[in-house]
Design a protein around this ligand. Structure first.
Ligand code: HEC
Length: 117
């Protein structure tokens, strides 16, 4: 229980913009967990820098496999090994599902017509 609370507090702190939404009290576990990823992979899993890949819209299987391979060291990484190791199998499944459901960048055919900003 203690560990869960710590994760909740630190992820909410790191992304206080979520606290300001009307849905703050109904945020589910996957959303909170994936908020940590958004710190590097960008809000909604779409990264804005060349150093971190976008992960929105990747298949659930691909994210699951990547996380396990990062954790085991099978797939070399700078930071992902440390991150992947900190997540339980259930947590990895939850975030994989979360990001796989988000629209990927490729969906935006013409950015000028993207009204999400
Ligand atoms: C500290 C920044 C950081 C955080 C936090 C982070 N990532 Fe990453 N992620 C990276 C970087 C950088 C890479 C490229 C591999 C590497 O060097 O570690 C990467 C790669 C990935 C990849 C592979 C993408 C591809 O195209 O093959 C996946 C999947 C991924 N991250 C998922 C996640 C998930 C899920 C979380 C949250 C649990 C997360 N990441 C949190 C920085 C981060």
């Amino acid at each position: 229980m203690k560990r869960t609370n710590l994760i909740l507090i630190s992820t909410l702190f790191a992304s206080s913009f979520f606290i300001n939404t009307a849905h703050a009290d109904v945020i589910d576990r996957a959303t909170i967990l994936s908020n940590t990823c958004a710190g590097c992979h960008g809000p909604n899993g779409i990264s804005h820098g060349p150093l971190t890949p976008s992960i929105a819209g990747l298949s659930k299987e691909y994210i699951l496999e990547s996380m396990h391979d990062f954790a085991s060291g099978k797939r070399p990484s700078t930071v992902m090994q440390r991150i992947a190791k900190g997540y339980s199998d259930a947590d990895i499944k939850a975030v994989a599902e979360y990001f796989s459901k988000l629209p990927s960048k490729a969906v935006v055919v013409n950015p000028a017509h993207d009204h999400k900003h």
